[in-house]
Design a protein around this ligand. Sequence first.
Ligand SMILES: CC(C)(COP(=O)(O)OP(=O)(O)OC[C@H]1O[C@@H](n2cnc3c(N)ncnc32)[C@H](O)[C@@H]1OP(=O)(O)O)[C@@H](O)C(=O)NCCC(=O)NCCS
Length: 222
Amino acid sequence: MKKITIRNEQPADYRRVEEITRKAFWNLYAPGASEHYLVHTMRSHGDYIPELSFVIEREGEIVGSIHFTHAWVVTPAGDEVPIVHLGPVSITPELHRQGFGRKLITHAIASAKALGHRAIVLGGFTYHYHPYGFTGTKKWSITMPDGKFYTGIMMLPLFDGALDNVTGIIKLSGALYPDESGVEAFDASFPPMEKRVLPHQKEFERAAAEVDKDDLEGITYG
Ligand SMILES: CC(C)(COP(=O)(O)OP(=O)(O)OC[C@H]1O[C@@H](n2cnc3c(N)ncnc32)[C@H](O)[C@@H]1OP(=O)(O)O)[C@@H](O)C(=O)NCCC(=O)NCCS
């Protein structure tokens, strides 16, 4: 049985974490990847939550990481209800589907809960996050800034009633939108990898744009 450890990320881990993030996301959603640059830049942003950044190790070797930033639901009255955003999360590709992601995500959810956070928001494939109880945000009438509900934008309340009477618009941190002009130079500091157009990238485009259309209309606030 291999020894698995989950611990907070330390500065000495940064490069290894970025290497794994790059490999895990490479050509996944688009040719190449920028998530390693995102992880690199977000750490120094004021909205980054270091106590919720974790690495998972197998026999002392880092094999994945998870990162969180502050986020908010802006209510119709203009109040900002604090929540947290999960992502990026990645596991080194050769170990996918062996339970490492589940261990890391479960640990991070429990930690966010223990730290008293209200809810977690994230964007991704439903099959990755429904197993943890994440659902679309329509049931709380919480929309994206364009007033729409997306099936790929999911939330998880962290205590009973956490989202009762919380309704409004999701506001994500600017930490998630770094200046993309830095990606290429940063990427060039890693070993070369081929950027490719692959069929599954279309699947991501489709999933990311899928609007949750059931019975409620999207809401917008002036
Ligand atoms: C997403 C990711 C972190 C999951 O880690 P993992 O170690 O491969 O996942 P696990 O083995 O712990 O899987 C946990 C559960 O998630 C679901 N799941 C994970 N990958 C899945 C896939 N490709 N298809 C369908 N369900 C999947 C399953 O329910 C799985 O449980 P099961 O294997 O018992 O059926 C990993 O695949 C990864 O790094 N992917 C590339 C980067 C990425 O997409 N990150 C998420 C961005 S939103």
